[in-house]
Design a protein around this ligand. Structure first.
Ligand code: TLP
Length: 368
């Protein structure tokens, strides 16, 4: 049975599937969240200078926040525990209870953050259609903004996602971003980017993140995905907005103490892990081209932009095939709209060869 759009149906299922045979080679393509810290990160973490970050006295965290702000062309940054916490804290910083925010219908914020902006902040989500590449139509967004009427909530925030996970990992260009941000500006609304994988977008588009972020009031980005940190995300924005996000982070229980221990990995990531994302994209292309040659798999390899590979098994029991593939150590997610295979630090070109061999053999054995 396929899982839903965002992976495992439950924590129990994730754990059960994790069981593997002793000595079995493993190629884990479920997500770039499975990446482990690099030796440089472990070293930096071990010797990180630390202080109490709730007092603003953790030098390593301050360094990470300053570096992030500078890279994104913003005044300030704030370390948060996760992408989800960054998005929620930013949304709650921009909105009051009863306000409304506009996001794409396939966005992580609308679908995979436990309804938290509503649950914790009383913020209503209004969705507009994402196109196949994760973009939202600026006219539709404008149309979704509530007119001034006592029956309606007040629209306060527009958010987009870059790259777009639920739409195949497409990068959103500065032009497309600017078009939506322009709508926000014209109506006096705030504009947030869920940039969990914005560095993948920057590398794919060969554009600095600063350029992708220039029209946003706030951007959250993840250190714990392709950049291979064990924990953490950062929200960047103006001093004023980041102070509001800081307050929301505190309310969400995300203000930590000697957090430089984990921020240290983030510093290493920003210094040395961004450019190598091109390797993940090349491996993803290789994987997609290989999959396109396997009978029984539908895929559009020419449409592949970053590190997320989506394909569709055209067989009677895809679940059975997946189980057989997993038994040989190749792991990926089966989602309601297809299979997702993600390349990342830790996956080599040789791993892609192995994964392709296993998948091809299994489809052959299965006589599709
Ligand atoms: N994405 C995870 C799962 O939650 C699905 C993944 O494996 O892709 N925004 C986007 C666009 C994301 O893809 C994710 C995580 C988040 C936010 C949340 O980040 P975390 O997991 O750090 O809370």
């Amino acid at each position: 049975m396929p899982t839903d759009q965002y992976g495992a149906r439950s924590a129990v299922e994730t754990r059960a599937k994790g069981a593997k045979k002793k000595g079995q080679r493993e190629v884990d393509l479920r997500s770039d969240t499975v990446t482990k810290p690099t030796p440089e990160m472990r070293e930096a973490m071990a010797y990180a200078e630390v202080g109490d970050d709730v007092f603003g006295e953790d030098p390593t965290t301050n360094k990470l926040q300053d570096m992030s702000a500078k890279m994104f062309g913003k005044e300030a940054g704030l370390f948060v525990t996760s992408g989800t916490q960054g998005n929620i804290a930013a949304a709650l910083a921009h909105c009051q209870r009863g306000d409304e925010m506009i996001v794409g219908h396939k966005s992580h914020m609308a679908n995979a953050e436990v309804g938290s902006v509503s649950a914790f902040g009383g913020v209503q989500i209004r969705m507009v259609q994402n196109d196949e590449q994760g973009r939202v139509n600026p006219d539709e967004v404008e149309h979704a903004i509530r007119p001034d009427n006592i029956h309606y909530p007040i629209t306060r925030l527009i958010a987009i996602e870059n790259t777009h996970n639920g739409c195949g990992g497409y990068p959103i260009t500065p032009e497309d971003t600017e078009a939506v941000a322009g709508v926000a500006k014209r109506h006096g609304l705030k504009f947030h980017i869920d940039g969990a994988r914005i560095f993948n977008a920057a590398v794919a588009l060969e554009t600095p993140v600063k350029e992708l972020a220039k029209d946003a009031d706030t951007v959250s980005f993840c250190l714990s995905k392709g950049l291979a940190c064990p924990i953490g995300s950062v929200v960047v924005g103006s001093h004023e907005d980041i102070e509001k996000v800081r307050r929301q982070r505190k309310a969400l229980g995300g203000a930590m103490r000697q957090v430089g221990i984990i921020a240290a990995a983030g510093v290493v990531a920003l210094e040395s892990m961004v450019d190598r994302l091109a390797e993940d994209h090349a491996n993803a292309r290789k994987l997609a081209v290989g999959l396109s040659k396997i009978k029984g798999i539908e895929i559009y390899p020419d449409k592949l932009p970053t590190n997320l590979v989506f394909c569709w098994p055209k067989v009677k029991s895809p679940g059975e095939i997946q189980r057989r593939i997993e038994a040989r150590g190749v792991r990926f997610l089966s989602l309601s709209y297809g299979w997702r295979l993600v390349t990342h630090y830790g996956i080599t070109s040789d791993d892609i060869d192995y994964a392709l061999d296993v998948i091809e053999d299994t489809f052959k054995e299965y006589r599709v």
